[in-house]
Design a binder for this molecule. Structure first.
Ligand code: DC
Length: 222
């Protein structure tokens, strides 16, 4: 039997950094489900598909082959054979993912892949609907959040370090828009599962949050 840790929460709460850290400590596979929706976002973008046109989105779904591979210990995401792991990280891909992940058919395709991975491996999986829809029976569910201003500040610092010239107010607006879209869509909106443990990372370090989750996992595996 595999053990699953589901980590959900809004954009910029630190899910992926923390999920990666926890997976390394426990020797689990880390599955970044956002990267899958982002790869789909790139696919729709390349085809010039209108994000409001659900039937065009649905009709184009069979043409997108998404797969995950672990290379040198980290997850790579492939879109029709191309490694798009770097390209999926742009703001444009993130916004496109947020806009198109609201469609049920798109989600069905991703959820089936995610469930198959978790069936056979110990995983730390992060996203928006992992505890509520993808792995409703996961033995450990975390809802990780942080205030909008803390999340914007973190993203701002990250972009500065990459040599970009971010505008804090724009990042804040972007985060608020993404939160709204993710929480108010009809299909699997972002929400805390009833049995998820809430962690607010606003005043905690990555190490503190990761250590807390590892401890909870070890308790539940014992
Ligand atoms: O976690 P992220 O920023 O990489 O996710 C990008 C978008 O994908 C996010 O705005 C909403 C969507 N997403 C989703 O709907 N369900 C998931 N399990 C993961 C991401």
């Amino acid at each position: 039997m595999s053990f699953q840790i589901a980590i959900d929460g809004p954009a910029g709460a630190g899910k992926s950094t923390i999920a990666r850290r926890v997976s390394e400590t426990l020797g689990f596979i880390y599955v970044d489900t956002g990267a899958m929706y982002r790869a789909m976002g790139l696919y729709f973008l390349a085809r010039g598909i209108d994000t409001d046109d659900e039937s065009a989105i649905n009709a184009s779904l069979p043409g997108a082959d998404i797969s995950l591979q672990i290379l040198d210990g980290s997850q790579h995401v492939f879109l029709n054979g191309e490694d798009v792991s770097v390209r999926v990280r742009t703001e444009e891909a993130g916004m496109m993912a947020s806009k198109t992940s609201r469609y049920a058919k798109n989600r069905e395709k991703m959820v089936a892949m995610q469930q198959e991975i978790a069936r056979t491996s110990n995983v730390v999986m992060d996203g928006r609907d992992i505890g509520t829809v993808v792995l409703p029976d996961a033995p450990l569910k975390i809802y990780l959040t942080a205030s909008v201003s803390v999340r914007a500040q973190r993203r701002y610092q990250e972009l500065l370090h990459k040599g970009q010239h971010p505008v804090l107010q724009e990042i804040e607006k972007d985060i608020e828009a993404r939160d709204y879209q993710d929480m108010h869509r009809e299909a699997s909106p972002l929400r805390q599962a009833a049995d998820a443990i809430l962690i607010d990372s606003s005043s905690l370090t990555i190490d503190e949050v990761a250590a807390r989750i590892v401890e909870l996992a070890q308790d539940r595996m014992a």
